[in-house]
Design a protein around this ligand. Structure first.
Ligand code: ADP
Length: 637
């Protein structure tokens, strides 16, 4: 130990079993893993984006990054600033303009020079003031002496001395006003600047001139001293990063575009009624590389001219959400844990088992077979919560159980809400998980991104006065109609009932805003068939799946979360589309609680879900016989 362990391809440290959760990495704790210095080397996955960033830094091109939050966009933008030459950095000074006090002059000098110039001015002003003070005291003493000796009036002496004092103060202030304002100071900058202007208001982005409450009478602050740099000026020779570009108001976007085009931008007061609005500096350099980020939506709502500007003079790159789960990648995820621990600075390093648990979570959160999630901000959050738990207990290292506890704690708002619903429904016994009921099916829905919820569906079929209608409660009308339409073709063939002459009422029990229902069509179909044929449905079963017109059960999203929600609600069995079997990554604690039944066809769903032997068997048989072709195609001979 002691010496650093290299993550990439260091033979000595890689065990034989590259199949292990750590991809063969042989460590006891993450302390042994070396974290690369450069940010660009710390980025995990996103190879494409990383290449682009390297290339764009070399060519000084703008970049647009599109992708989910927390996948490394700002990290890459920052990494880009580290790749830019530091030699080019400049300081910017603003000087009083004796010809026009409202148009301060702007001068650019090499980085580090700015401070020297200001210091020199200060020193000069100090000397001048010293000289003046000296002169002033001599005059004051002379006046008082004169007044006492000749006029014999101390009052007259003090009055005269006071006037002299004020005159000199005014002169000193005048010489202070000659000191330039160091607007941008890069003296201590080790790398090119990185400015994050996400959500910045106009002043913070474009610069501002402060209001002066005393606009005259010798009390005013000279205008050049009230000038403040915006992110576009601070980012000069570096990187300006803006996430969620579309939230920037259109006027600011237009001005941003001007700054990009001209490479310089004057500073003026941003609030119209302030005295700062009268001031406008000479142009201040804004020679930055723009990295604009956001999701697809943000890009579409961005000012078209600005977008085409970036596009025309740069690159657009899409960020990955997941990456293939390979031994090398797992070793990098171990390094990720080390990176996050070191970045935080206070967390205990992780033991091997604790890292394994993080990698399992990365698999689970990817929602795809043999993939790891790249939403690493959230995963980093888990690392921090786990580390904090260990730290609170004064542990030397963060252990597996800390990670497990952190997982329970660091649930998203949606998950917490969903759990809350599950609890409350149990109280009111809204989730029925035993017995059998006609027309009622335990469906499943996804809430937010990462939590499932049991959403029962009830169907009732009544004779219609006119043409049959599908009547659903709430926003799920469309889904209900589509599901009924899909199932009606099948029903027509095997049932004597003509559903086009019936009203079908569908109720999504306790559905609420934010629930996605596109995966409910198998549920709706099952409820309708049960109601139509008057055959009860087992309530210890929950189901999810989409339905084709031929009765094929098609894959849906969020299966893992749905299964976990069903298990938490006390459901014993869950029907999922066979095509989703590979996406199941439920946590160990649920594995014994629930039986997962993958199906390919609606007839299989009914076989599992319907109760009451004779009716059910005949129904399933009929369904099989009419849709046999579809089944053959899927199952094979
Ligand atoms: P975004 O800008 O895409 O919302 P960030 O770059 O701000 O995401 O990521 C937040 C944090 O998450 C980073 O500081 C880093 O700790 C971690 N992170 C995100 N993506 C990656 C990645 N691809 N590799 C390593 N760490 C990452």
């Amino acid at each position: 130990l002691g010496s650093g362990v290299s993550v990439e391809g260091d033979e000595a440290t890689v065990e034989d079993d590259a199949d292990g959760l750590l991809g063969g990495l042989d460590i006891e704790t993450t302390e042994e893993i070396e974290v690369p210095d450069r940010l660009v080397d710390q980025v995990i996955g996103q190879d494409h984006a990383r290449d682009i960033v390297k290339k764009a830094a070399k060519q000084r091109r703008h970049v647009m990054m599109i992708g989910s939050p927390g996948t490394g966009k700002s990290m890459l933008a920052k990494a880009m600033s580290q790749l830019l030459p530091k030699e080019d950095l400049q300081d910017v000074l603003v000087y009083h303009n004796p010809d026009d006090g409202n148009e301060p002059k702007v001068r650019t000098v090499p980085a580090g020079k700015g401070e020297q110039i200001v210091d020199a001015h200060k020193e000069e002003a100090r000397k001048r003031n010293q000289m003046r003070s000296f002169l002033m005291w001599i005059i004051i003493i002379a006046i008082i002496g004169y007044a006492l000796f000749f006029a014999r009036s101390i009052l007259l002496g003090i009055l005269a001395a006071g006037i002299v004092f004020l005159v000199f103060r005014y002169l000193n202030r005048g010489s202070d006003a000659m000191i330039p304002n160091l607007l941008v100071n890069n003296a201590n900058q080790q790398v090119a600047p990185f400015e994050d202007a996400t959500g910045a208001h106009a002043g913070a982005l474009l610069g501002d001139v402060r209001h002066d409450p005393f606009q005259s009478g010798g009390m005013e602050t000279p205008s050049h001293d009230r000038v403040e740099a915006g992110a576009i000026h601070k980012a000069n020779k570096g990187v300006l990063f803006i996430d969620e570009m579309n939230t920037l108001d259109i006027r600011s976007q237009q001005k941003l575009m001007t700054a990009i085009q001209e490479g310089e931008f004057s500073i003026t007061g941003q609030s119209e009624r302030s005295s700062g609005a009268m001031v406008q500096t000479e142009p201040v350099p804004t020679d930055f590389i723009m990295v604009a980020a956001g999701n697809l939506d943000a890009m579409e709502n961005m000012h078209p001219a600005l977008r085409s500007r970036i596009k025309g003079y740069g690159y657009e790159v899409y960020m990955d959400d997941t990456i293939e789960d390979e031994p090398e990648m797992r070793r990098k995820y171990a390094r990720f844990v080390a990176q996050e621990v070191e970045k935080d600075g206070r967390l205990p390093h992780f033991t091997e088992e604790a890292v394994e648990e993080i990698i399992l979570e990365a698999q689970r959160r990817s929602g795809r077979k043999e993939h790891l999630t790249l939403k690493l901000r959230d995963l980093g959050g888990l690392v921090r919560v786990a580390g904090d738990i260990a730290r609170a207990e004064d542990k030397e290292f963060t252990e597996r159980e800390d990670v497990l506890q952190a997982k329970r704690r660091s649930r998203s708002i949606e998950q917490q809400l969903a759990d809350n619903y599950i609890e409350r429904r149990k109280d009111y016994e809204l989730t029925v998980s035993d017995g059998s009921v006609v027309g009622r099916v335990n469906g499943l829905a996804v809430m937010g991104e990462d939590s499932g919820i049991v959403m029962p569906v009830m169907a009732e079929v009544t004779p219609s006065q006119g043409p049959g209608e599908v009547i659903a409660t709430g926003k799920l009308q469309e889904i209900a109609e589509e599901a009924v339409q899909n199932v009606s073709a099948i029903i027509k063939k095997f049932s004597d009932e003509d559903i086009s002459e019936k009203d079908i009422h569908i109720q999504f029990v306790q559905s609420y805003e934010g629930v996605e229902g596109d995966s409910a069509s198998v549920t709706v179909a099952t409820a309708v068939i049960s109601a139509l044929e008057n055959i009860p449905i087992e309530q210890d079963v929950a189901m999810t799946g989409s339905l084709s017109v031929r009765g094929d059960v098609l894959p849906v999203g969020g299966v893992t979360h749905k299964i976990e929600a069903a298990a938490k609600s006390g459901i014993d069995r869950i029907i999922i589309p066979a095509a989703n079997e590979q996406d199941v990554m439920i946590e160990d604690e649920y594995k014994d609680q629930i039986e997962i039944i993958p199906v390919q066809h609606l007839s299989e769903v009914l076989e599992v879900a319907l109760a009451g032997e004779p009716e059910k068997d005949s129904l399933v048989d009929r369904l099989r016989s009419i849709t046999g072709k579809a089944l053959d195609r899927q199952v094979g001979p």
